[in-house]
Design a binder for this molecule. Structure first.
Ligand code: GCW
Length: 715
């Protein structure tokens, strides 16, 4: 009897595990929990008219049908234009004789949508429409989101179009499915079973991306493998492109610059060599025959060991233009990364990308983007913006953000990145007077860019919940939403995401939101407060290691970045130091010129500050550093306690997962604090102020820790 019970209870548990394992992301479509609202929605959405005249509208119908049946728990009837209360069609398919409510199609562009309430003969109705089928699909997702977040369906009058044309994920996925800096399992792209096996996950990936407006994906790692450009792999790429196409998602590949040698049997990859050009032209033709809407190439060249045009004494523009030329006849584009730095160059790493790319402004073909990471160094918890933003008026710049949390706690820390993204977008470059924000550089309004775009390094893997940490999903979500509309606030987006992902109970929503909104600053405080950066463990970047001096290259050593010594802490980038500041517009430089004028959150990026310097709080630099580290840990404690109070309000499975992860985060936050303060104390020679709990181990203990198999940076 006992055994049966056990088996039975195990069975129950298993069912529950599957119920909320995070796979459904923010597209859960569970029954509307508010009975009154459910009643209203049921009355409002009766018959649906949606002519399924293309794969995209078929997808729209499928989504609507699944969504409505789930949310309303009733069978959805299809109707005609006259008797339906929800009508879904594009501009070309306005039903004959239909009296259209006012829709400003001209304001919608190629991807926008309108959702309009109107009064029809048969009662109140809503139309979802756009100039294109993909616009309609985006509108359908918006409509479903209204219901998922318990919004009113009355008096709708929405016109929406994306701020940026190209909204891409960049996967750092290798062909062997190892994901560089991936913390959520292996790659979702199973190259071995492609092209014949179409995993349901590909379709769900497409749905999730389309629901937030992502319209392109680079399938392969920027540390590239030329093999993906061989016929065998291109056929697999085509299979993925076919799955993603109805959802408005184009595929792109990384192009290894030396591919003509590696797979083309040429003896050179010189971009000005005729056989090399011919090889790339033929390759582009082959790709476009298979995938007519192939997006183009992303290239990491002459960076961290990747091959590039400089080997042949050619410039980045020579390399990019050669590839751009190959894809231009088919409407393709090239994204050429500005993430270049070299330790042979004795120049501050901060300055190197600008030094190399700024002089090339105006030399790139019109279908080239230069893709620039948000900061000058490398996806640190907090960076000033790259000085390239605003400095290349003749070259469309695509911004690269990192969703995978390489330096932000990887997938064990809850860090909601939207506040960081917003801070980056809202930074003023002063390149064309006050108000020349990074957002305006990127959306092209500042310099009239002919093309605009943004890329997010994906945090997706084959873990059941896609992103490892359940809250990693929020960063994927926020990225897409902000790429569509950078005026949304971090709080708005969190609100939407929580309601769709966890439910609409107001206490739950407010509580999870406040955890999310506190998390970014908390992480900065317990890892790299006051503008510290790049002090993570060597190679894997897991945990603190500010003491490291022996990494393979000088510019990979934490000591290069923090410059702690007996006099103080931080990197002098003013005229008395590396003068990186000179790369910003004069008005932007102003705010960083002196220690006093520099915002404290970025202080140590620009100044070597004496340990005894009085900070705005009245504390010395040392005491302030201690304060920040301790308050970072305290914030995580508070997040943890707040989460604990949600017991019973969040499904058991995700509740436990997040609870365990927050416990890890708390432990690791204290580890960061203790290790960093003990290390910096060897320079400041000042005590940790009274009242703070003392580190439980000596510095040697922290320095002795090794993590040979920490995830993310090698096989
Ligand atoms: O952040 C660094 C990572 C590398 C990465 C590189 C890049 C893909 O540590 O793993 O390589 O940036 O962006 O090219």
């Amino acid at each position: 009897m006992k055994k049966v019970c056990l088996a039975f209870s195990f069975f129950l548990v298993t069912i529950q595990v599957f119920a909320e394992d995070g796979y459904r992301l923010w597209l859960r479509y569970d029954k509307i929990s508010n009975a009154k609202l459910l009643q209203q929605y049921r009355q409002q959405v009766r018959n649906v008219y949606c002519p399924r005249v293309s794969p995209t509208l078929e997808a729209a119908w499928q989504e609507l049908n699944a969504g409505l049946e789930g949310l309303l728990q009733k069978k959805i009837n299809t109707g005609n234009a006259g008797n339906s209360s929800l009508l879904v069609f594009s501009r070309q398919h306005i039903p004959a004789g239909f009296s259209m409510p006012a829709v400003n199609y001209d304001s919608l562009g190629a991807e926008g949508y309108a959702i309009i309430s109107y009064k029809a003969a048969a009662g109140k109705a809503v139309i979802i429409t756009g100039n294109t089928h993909i616009g309609v699909l985006y509108g359908v997702f918006y409509f479903l989101r209204l219901m998922q977040t318990h919004q009113s369906l009355e008096k709708l009058s929405v016109h929406s179009k994306p701020a940026l044309q190209h909204r891409l994920l960049n996967h750092w996925d290798n062909l062997n499915r190892y994901v560089e800096r991936g913390y959520a399992g292996i790659s979702i792209f199973n190259w071995h079973t492609l092209p014949d096996y179409i995993d349901q996950r590909y379709i769900d990936y497409a749905r999730a991306n389309a629901s937030i407006g992502i319209n392109g994906t680079v399938l392969t790692n920027v540390n590239a493998n030329a093999l993906v450009l061989t016929r065998d792999y291109l056929v697999k790429v085509k299979a993925l492109a076919d799955v993603l196409r109805p959802y408005g998602i184009k595929v792109y590949l990384t192009a290894r610059f030396s591919a003509p040698i590696e797979i083309g049997k040429l003896s050179t990859a010189d971009p000005l060599n005729d056989s090399v050009k011919a090889w790339w032209n033929a390759k582009a033709q082959e790709i476009y025959q298979l995938i007519p809407d192939f997006g183009g190439f992303l290239v990491k060249a002459n960076s961290e060991g990747q091959p590039g045009p400089q080997k042949y004494l050619r410039t980045h523009a020579d390399g990019a233009n050669m590839l751009a030329n190959a894809v231009a006849p088919y409407g393709g584009m090239v994204m050429w990364r500005a993430f270049v730095y070299s330790n042979e160059t004795p120049e501050d790493r901060f300055k190197q990308a600008y030094n190399e790319f700024k002089p090339l402004d105006g030399q790139f073909s019109s279908n080239v983007f230069v893709q620039v990471k948000n900061g000058p160094v490398d996806f640190q918890p907090r960076e000033p913006v790259s000085p390239l933003f605003g400095a290349m008026p003749k070259t469309p710049l695509m911004m690269e953000l990192q969703l995978t949390q390489e330096y932000l706690g990887q997938s064990t820390h809850l860090v909601y990145e939207a506040p960081m993204f917003k801070e980056i977008f809202e930074t003023d470059t002063y390149r064309d007077g006050k108000g020349s924000t990074v957002a305006r550089v990127i959306d092209g309004s500042l310099h009239r860019y002919t093309q605009t775009g943004i890329a997010g390094v994906a945090n997706i893997g084959n873990d059941r919940n896609w992103t490892g940490h359940p809250f990693g999903q929020a960063n994927w979500y926020a990225f897409g939403r902000l790429a569509w509309d950078n005026r949304l606030t971090a709080a708005n987006i969190a609100d939407e995401w929580v309601r769709q992902t966890f439910g609409n109970n107001i206490e739950l929503v407010e509580s999870i939101k406040s955890i999310m909104l506190a998390s970014y600053e908390a992480m900065v405080n317990y890892m790299t407060p006051l503008g510290l950066n790049h002090i993570m463990g060597t190679g894997h970047h897991y945990g603190p290691a500010p003491w490291v001096t022996n990494a393979g290259r000088a510019d990979w050593n934490p000591v290069y970045y923090h410059r702690a010594d007996s006099t103080g802490l931080g990197f002098d980038r003013t005229a008395t130091g590396s003068n990186a500041l000179a790369q910003y517009a004069p008005a932007a430089q102003q705010q960083f010129l002196s220690i006093d004028s520099t915002p404290e959150k970025l202080l140590l990026w620009f100044h070597h500050v004496p340990w005894g310097f009085k900070m705005k709080s009245g504390r010395t630099l040392w005491a302030e550093l201690c304060h920040r580290y301790y308050s970072g840990v305290d914030s995580v404690k508070a997040m943890h306690q707040q989460w604990d109070k949600l017991a019973g309000k969040v499904d058991q499975e995700r509740f436990r997962q997040v609870q365990m992860l927050l416990a890890i985060q708390l432990k690791e936050a204290a580890w960061w604090r203790n290790a960093c303060l003990l290390y910096f104390q060897t320079f400041s020679k000042m005590p940790i102020p009274d009242g703070y709990e003392k580190p439980d181990q000596a510095l040697e203990y922290y320095m002795g820790q090794r993590f040979p198999y920490a995830p993310g940076n090698g096989l």
